[in-house]
Design a protein around this ligand. Structure first.
Ligand code: HEC
Length: 139
């Protein structure tokens, strides 16, 4: 009798995992998971232009600059429990996100999984969760 319960639990957990994987649009199977962003050479001019368009729509630069529009972060968001500081998202390996792969970048922007764990929702990843793979790639 007890075995049926165990089997039931396994089936329910398995089905749940499958549904999660199927309907979780934020994960990507196309994003590159091998090359650090600092090494990526982008030559497709149309993709660069599209990426800038996506960036302006999503207004990444509003937060990820302290005023120079340079993506170097440092913008301070004051909250009742302390200041939150936006990250440097330049491709620099030391100070930016140059060590992240494209796949890491997708996970940070769409799921809030940053280099040091879960990001504060001051980074509005819930607003980006439905961004397409193409938009993310060009971005
Ligand atoms: C409303 C302000 C805001 C906007 C808009 C915003 N971000 Fe962020 N972002 C943040 C903050 C604040 C953090 C740091 C959160 C933390 O440290 O927990 C962050 C963190 C990140 C990280 C993680 C960096 C790391 O080292 O883990 C990435 C990548 C990122 N943002 C990319 C983007 C991109 C790309 C966009 C546009 C699509 C964007 N952000 C728009 C505020 C913002």
């Amino acid at each position: 009798m007890a075995n049926w319960k165990k089997i039931g639990v396994v089936v329910v957990v398995g089905a749940g995992a499958w549904l999660w994987r199927t309907f979780d649009t934020s994960r990507s199977d196309v994003a590159d998971d091998t090359m650090p962003l600092s090494q990526v050479k982008i030559t497709d001019a149309a993709a660069i232009k599209r990426g800038e368009y996506v960036m302006r729509q999503a207004d990444c630069v509003a937060c990820h600059t302290a005023g120079q529009g340079d993506f170097a972060g440092g913008y301070v968001i004051g909250t009742p429990f302390g200041d939150l500081i936006s990250s440097n998202i330049t491709p620099d390996e030391e100070t930016g996100i140059g060590r992240m792969t494209e796949s890491d970048f997708f996970n940070a922007v769409r799921q809030g999984i940053g280099e040091h764990g879960l990001l504060y929702p001051a980074m509005p990843y819930t607003a980006y969760v439905q961004m397409s793979d193409k938009d993310m790639h060009d971005l």
